[in-house]
Write a protein that binds this ligand. Structure first.
Ligand code: UD1
Length: 426
């Protein structure tokens, strides 16, 4: 299994291109299930999670054609994928595939809507707490699907889904996406209240509209969908990855560096950029680029995770690493997921001073961290260990970096381009 060896202490400097968003690309791939015509997606990032989703779709009968980015494209440039679901013949998502990636649940809504039936394995336990899918199921049931849960599989059936007024108990991103996709082919109007406002939901809605769906209100907490008889093919560019962007900004900030990130947008990153500026960074933004210059020493920043547009839970771990070397004490509150502080223990192995009490972490900044061997536990936790490793004196060896390969395109190459001393070792 690959490991990442980092020799810390070099400020990041230079420029890189940000890849397409994992969390936008995954639901967009599932949108291909909704039509017999070809859906073409550009800027699809090279990630293990994308590979897993493609395998899942292919075993359902979807034909995938890949056009690889030209060799002179920036590091981490995405592919163009054409998905043809005209031969869709198997509405089953087996446990072996779903267990490795919870986002597989995103096939449920489109399959019931197009095939009238779906059998999707329950995602099961997850390293960042119990992550149930009850809201996805509740919504489909309200749209008239008959649902049973047997042998670890959700079995949903509906000759044709019916539009309904849906209310989710909490803001759920993939729940909103699943129900929005299903509603596109339902009979009549569906209203999703308490909908997730994440930019990835808007990206999906834009693609669905290009495919002929009638959707309004995406990006607000009430989304209205008028069902149509069928959707057609379209071409759509995956939005830039705001979490990858935020991660490199944090890495540059923590190492005292100065970077320019291209092919991205500050439009989706207000809460993150605000905190970086509070920490003392100079941030300037252009239409599709962000520049960050770090101060000599960062100031600690407290934060609380919440659904978009507030501070994203997917940036919590990276800010913990940043605060570990900032001047002062910060308080980090995680309100979206239980059990999402696993990186804290690993960060303390590098010398960080972190105290955890329930969903609150108190971080007292230290001037230095010291390199050590650490273990990646989930995707964003791994990113925080990379940031800490880039800052720490000496060598940090990060094990189990398959978590990073799930969500960060060409991470080691991009860090090398920014002057970091990193090496992938077997
Ligand atoms: C998505 C993102 C993930 C991000 C998360 C929160 C994708 C592929 N993943 O995950 O990176 O961390 O949003 O921004 O887009 N919940 C329930 N029942 C449900 C659904 C959710 O109880 O049916 C709970 C979850 O356990 C969690 C909270 O609601 O506590 C939010 O989860 P949700 O927004 O659904 O996360 P994901 O969509 O899985």
């Amino acid at each position: 299994m690959d490991k990442l060896l980092i020799t810390g202490g070099r400020p990041l400097s230079g420029e890189i291109a940000i890849s397409g968003a994992k969390n936008a690309a995954l639901p967009l791939l599932c949108a291909a299930l909704l039509t017999r015509e070809t859906l073409t997606l550009t800027n699809v990032p090279h990630l293990n999670d994308i590979g897993t989703m493609l395998k899942l779709l292919e075993q359902m009968g979807v034909k995938v054609t890949r056009e690889v980015a030209p060799t002179d494209a920036p590091v981490g440039a995405g592919d163009t994928l054409s998905l043809d679901a005209s031969g869709l013949n198997n509405a089953v998502a087996p446990y072996e595939m779903v267990k490795t990636m919870r986002a597989s649940i995103l096939v449920l809504g489109p399959l019931v809507a197009r095939m009238s039936e779906a059998r999707v394995s329950l995602p099961g336990g997850c390293a960042i707490g119990a992550r149930p899918v009850d809201q996805h199921i509740k919504g489909l049931a309200a749209m008239g699907a008959t649902i049973s849960v047997e042998h670890g599989y959700v079995h949903a059936q509906a000759t044709r889904l019916k539009g309904a007024r849906l209310f989710t108990d909490m803001v759920t991103v993939t729940g909103t996406e699943n129900l929005m996709m299903a509603a596109c082919l339902a009979d009549g109007e569906t209203v999703i209240e308490n909908a997730a406002r994440e930019p990835e939901v808007v990206d999906l809605a834009n693609c669905l509209v290009a495919m002929g769906a009638r959707i309004s209100g995406a990006g607000s907490d009430v989304i209205r969908i008028q069902g149509v008889g069928s959707l057609h093919g379209a071409t759509h560019k995956v939005m830039p990855d705001r979490i990858e962007t935020g991660t490199y900004l944090c890495a540059a900030a923590a190492t005292g560096g100065s970077v320019r990130l291209n092919h991205t947008s500050a439009a989706y990153l207000d809460a993150v950029i605000d905190k970086l500026m509070d920490a003392g960074c100079e941030v300037t933004t252009e239409r599709d680029a962000i520049n960050l210059k770090a101060p000599k020493r960062l100031t600690a920043v407290s934060l609380r995770t919440s659904p978009y547009p507030a501070f994203p839970t997917d940036m919590q771990a990276q800010f913990m690493a940043l605060n570990a070397v900032a001047e002062g004490t910060s308080i980090i509150r995680e309100t979206i997921f239980e059990n999402r502080f696993m990186h804290a223990v690993e960060l303390t192995r590098l010398g960080a001073n972190i105290r955890i009490d329930g969903n609150t972490a108190v971080v007292t900044g230290k001037e230095f961290l010291e390199g050590a061997s650490v273990m990646a536990t989930d995707l964003r936790a791994s990113a925080s260990l990379v940031i800490a490793g880039l800052v720490a004196r000496g060598e940090t060896l990060i094990e189990r970096i398959y978590h990073l390969d799930r969500g960060y395109a060409a991470l080691d190459k991009k860090l090398l381009a920014l002057g970091a001393d990193v090496r992938r070792v077997k």
